[in-house]
Ligand binder design. Sequence first.
Ligand SMILES: [Zn+2]
Length: 384
Amino acid sequence: MDLERLYYKDAYIREFTSKVVSCEKDKKGYALILENTAFYPEGGGQPCDLGTLNGIAVTYVGEKDDEVVHYTDEPIEKGAEVKGVIDWERRFDLMQQHSGEHIVSGMFHEKYGCNNVGFHMGKDMITLDLDKEITWEQVQEVERQANEYVWANVRSAALYPDEAEREKMDYRSKKPLKGIVRLISFPGADMCACCGTHVGSSGELGIIKMFSCQKFHQGVRIEMLCGGRALDHINLQLEQNKAISNLLSAKTGETAKAADRLLTENRAMKAQLIGYEKEKLETLAQSHKGENSVLIREEGLSPDSVRNLANMLMENGAQGICSVFSGNDGEGYKYAVCQKDGDIREFIRNMNAALNGRGGGKPFFAQGSVNCKWSDIENFFKEV
Ligand SMILES: [Zn+2]
């Protein structure tokens, strides 16, 4: 263990003093190495700490050749005394998320024999990948058990057993380990090899909240949050539900039922509307019965209805070219053009060229759109 890393001595150190061992400029800024530091470098799935050194913002903290490297935009002279301040809100949040991940991973392992094979602390959401399929009900069981563990306020511990001692211990690790290893113990919930920072007692997590469980590779990906971040996300969802409740005039506990009712009504109205439109188009098609060529402009038709109307005209016995356009001069027109047993491919090529259009289809039937005025369409059809 490296005692110059103060976060291993005490994860609650927010301020410290140290001396600059070296300060060199590289691509990421000024790279500072200190005699000792409380800044946690990115690693083990945990993002790095941010904060300040003598009031200068620390933009990134990484590791190079076993040293903790702090990046700043301004240099600090070698040998200078520095006061380091950790961005505690960020660090404590990461400690909460990381500790919660240990506790639930230990419980999933113990209860369902699955392993944590991926962990990502995103800006908004924490994801946990398990190597076995788990149901949402099983996730909820672990959530309940994990929160009971939070309420029991159990103290965590960092242990440093050697290989012989570890042989007698049951702990989680992603890979086989040699020599002395740091194990993080949440007694009764989890024991896991880890180099990150964790809360001293489970009660500091406040809440462990699972949000989703989706199939992922051979197992599942779970979305979860702990502590303040969980509270923020629950509030966000609460606001959404409140807004839906107001819009639908439904109680907040009955919004899904109200939305379902609305969608059912909506589907019925849509079916009715399609029926009305079909009748209207049939009447329109009938009114052109017996004509040789037909050109129709009809407002507000869907591409399907444009096609259906053209089909109806053709089936009504029109021998020439039947053309249906729907749209307006500003946004252009959708079209369907057809001729029973005809070949209109050349006609469509000419029309697209003349009317700034695109589209095509079968030899006797074409669909597409044109970007022009209605008067241009009328003129084109007058000339053919
Ligand atoms: Zn950890």
